[in-house]
Design a protein around this ligand. Structure first.
Ligand code: AKB
Length: 320
């Protein structure tokens, strides 16, 4: 049986679908702090707060969990506003999951982030092994989590695997509290209102990935032969990089009247401290990582799905 924590979050919703498609609805237990308002038929839900070790142990035992996709976490912008919460959920959460996985013999996937890098890291084609001195609490929790994963893998032979996700673009579940959220918001506001107020400058360039590729990366990494896994912190991963201005231009080629105003806020400093492009050659070499979506493929697919979603929204849920 598979356990997903933080399953209502941006990655969790799509990953749960992929795992249910692959293994069947009876094999995947989706958990979060609360059961979502709209539950899917034939899906097993439970409530799990990963900061409580006893709750994790109970769920693992009750459902005979063998693999854990530990996605529960606080993202970068929320982490800057609530650093204690970020530490508690991100560090104590991953420590509890790793410890429980060790005790009960589970495999683990856990997402790290490009946020492990900071102002002293080379910004272009950032290597796998380089300076990790993040300027944010979120980044500090991710570096700590990576080291905890490595400790458990090397000292306890725990099969824990991890990637450093770039910004992830998706239409099915909104991201919450991240610095790369502009890349998702821009699509929704372009379709809803033809206008977007962007919280980073148009020159801000970050590594990104479309959700189907993010899900593929998780499945590919977990399927890979254990002998090929040479990174026991987290693998660098990317699909493409673009600036806010370039994404706006790509959307404008499909929605010609689309207007973007740039009003950077506190998230600009976070974005400026992160790499602009990532070298993911170790993931490509070790487990044959290859993204499927180019920037243009992603923009076409996003606009199609976002238009469908927006058409089905009740009028009063169309935030400006
Ligand atoms: C965020 O912006 O906080 C996340 C991330 C890059 O980890 N999307």
């Amino acid at each position: 049986m598979i356990l997903i924590t933080g399953a209502s979050g941006q990655i969790g919703v799509d990953l749960a679908d992929a795992l249910v498609d692959r293994y069947g609805p009876g094999k995947v237990l989706v958990t979060d702090l609360r059961v979502p308002e709209k539950v899917r038929p034939n899906r097993l839900y439970d409530v799990l707060d990963v900061t409580y070790m006893e709750s994790i142990e109970k769920i693992i035992q009750a459902h005979d969990i063998k693999t854990i996709f530990h996605l529960a976490g606080i993202l970068s912008a929320t982490g800057e506003r609530h650093p204690e919460l970020a530490w508690n959920v991100n560090v104590n959460g991953v420590r509890n999951i790793l410890e429980a996985a060790r005790r009960f013999g589970c495999r683990v996937f856990w997402p790290s982030s490009i946020a492990v890098f900071g102002p002293t890291t080379p910004k272009l084609n950032t290597p796998q092994e380089t300076v990790t001195e993040p300027g944010t609490m979120y980044g500090a929790t991710k570096v700590t989590g990576e080291l905890l994963c490595k400790f458990h893998a090397t000292h306890h032979d725990l099969d824990v695997r991890s990637v450093r996700f770039p910004g992830i673009i998706s239409h099915s579940a909104p991201p919450g509290g991240g610095t790369t959220d502009w890349a998702v918001d821009m699509f929704f506001q372009a379709v809803r209102h033809g206008h977007y107020e962007c919280f980073v400058t148009q020159e801000t360039r970050l590594p990104m990935m479309y959700m189907p590729d993010a899900v593929k990366s998780v499945l590919d990494l977990m399927d890979a032969d254990e002998n090929g896994i040479t990174i026991r912190t987290s693998y660098n991963l990317t699909a493409f990089s673009f600036s806010a201005g370039e994404l706006a231009a790509a959307i404008r080629r499909r929605i010609p009247d689309f207007i973007v105003e740039y009003k950077p806020d506190f998230r600009q400093d976070i974005a400026d401290s992160w790499p602009q492009s990532i070298n993911d050659s170790r993931a490509r070499r070790d487990w044959n990582w290859t993204p499927q979506y180019s920037l243009d493929d992603m923009v076409d697919d996003m606009l199609k799905h976002v238009a469908e979603r927006v058409a089905n929204e009740p009028p009063d849920t169309n935030p400006a």
